[in-house]
Write a protein that binds this ligand. Structure first.
Ligand SMILES: [Zn+2]
Ligand SMILES: [Zn+2]
Length: 304
């Protein structure tokens, strides 16, 4: 539940090169936080909902209704578990929020759920009290630069042969020399990847989903001392989140979904969760409202 310091679930992924951003989960109050964040509602194109619990969902009808009032030219695509379409339909029907909302709801099934020429999004079921999914956004690999000047220096005539070399093919010149295109291309640029768990107790599916991810945003509801509570409510401890990050070989872990029971002056504070996770996975950060960071592009071969 929200506190004065911390709102419920909502993660924005900005794609500045496309003037677009995507939202993962939309708890109550997310719309207000968006207004305070500098993100433009008009640039929101996709919303991904992990599961049908209010702290991840109750902000969505209001957000979509405002998007319509604001005259969103673009349609919003919403991805969520079975039940989400019915929930939204019931909201529209009982509040006149409109039957003309430019929203398309996609029901999640494990595997790839979206792909364009730059990004792919996939999901896997995780272990929570209700059907729940974790998401992975993968930026597709970009071909390395073709060094045309070197091809020209080798005497390759400008034209279709350049195209074949660029695709990595080996060509034979009129004088019988063979030129290997792959040797004239820089290594492909590896894409970035971010993974978001939603709510889950430790599970192998999250380890798979987060394999080699640049950023893993994992729920961390409880401290290790409350592990029994975590297992019963099917949430994670900070240590569980760190174990997922370590086993998956992720680069960076961000803890979120912190229980309001932890606060300075109480038996445990959120910083205790951070310490617990860092003991297992040092590159861990604790999320706070409006925490924002750039996912750095990896160089190839990976500097790790
Ligand atoms: Zn939940
Ligand atoms: Zn939750």
């Amino acid at each position: 539940m929200p506190t004065r310091e911390r709102n419920v679930a909502g993660v924005a992924l900005q794609l500045p090169q496309r003037g677009e951003w995507w939202l993962f989960d939309c708890g109550e109050g997310t719309q207000l936080q968006i207004l305070r964040s500098g993100l433009s509602l008009g640039q929101l194109t996709r919303v991904f909902i992990t599961h049908m619990h209010g702290d991840h969902l109750f902000g969505l009808p209001g957000l979509l209704a405002t998007g319509r009032l604001a005259g969103n030219a673009r349609r919003a695509d919403v991805y969520g578990p079975p039940g989400l379409a019915d929930y939204l339909r019931a909201c529209w029907q009982s509040t006149e929020a409109g039957t003309t909302l430019p929203v398309e709801v996609h029901t999640l099934a494990p595997g790839e759920i979206y792909r364009d020429d730059e990004f792919a999004v996939s999901c896997l079921p995780v272990k929570h009290r209700v059907p729940a999914f974790g998401f992975r956004v993968t930026e597709l690999e970009r071909p390395g630069r073709f060094r045309a000047e070197e091809a020209a220096a080798l005497g390759v005539p400008f034209g279709p042969l350049f195209g074949r070399l660029k695709r990595g093919e080996t060509i034979t010149l009129d004088d019988g020399r063979r030129v290997d295109g792959a040797a004239l291309c820089d290594p492909p640029e590896q894409g970035r990847s971010i993974v978001y768990s939603g709510d889950t107790v430790f599970c192998e599916e999250m380890v798979r989903l987060a394999h080699d991810a640049d950023v893993l945003i994992h729920e961390s509801t409880f401290v290790g001392a409350d592990e029994e509570l975590a297992r019963r409510s099917r949430h994670s401890t900070a240590a569980m989140a760190a174990q997922v990050a370590a086993q998956a070989g992720a680069w960076m872990l961000v803890l979120t979904h912190i229980s309001p029971r932890y606060a300075p002056g109480k038996a445990s504070a959120p910083t205790d969760l951070l310490d617990e996770a860092r003991a297992i996975f040092p590159r861990t950060e604790l999320a706070h409202d409006f925490l924002s960071f750039e996912v750095a592009r990896r160089v190839n071969p990976k500097h790790r």
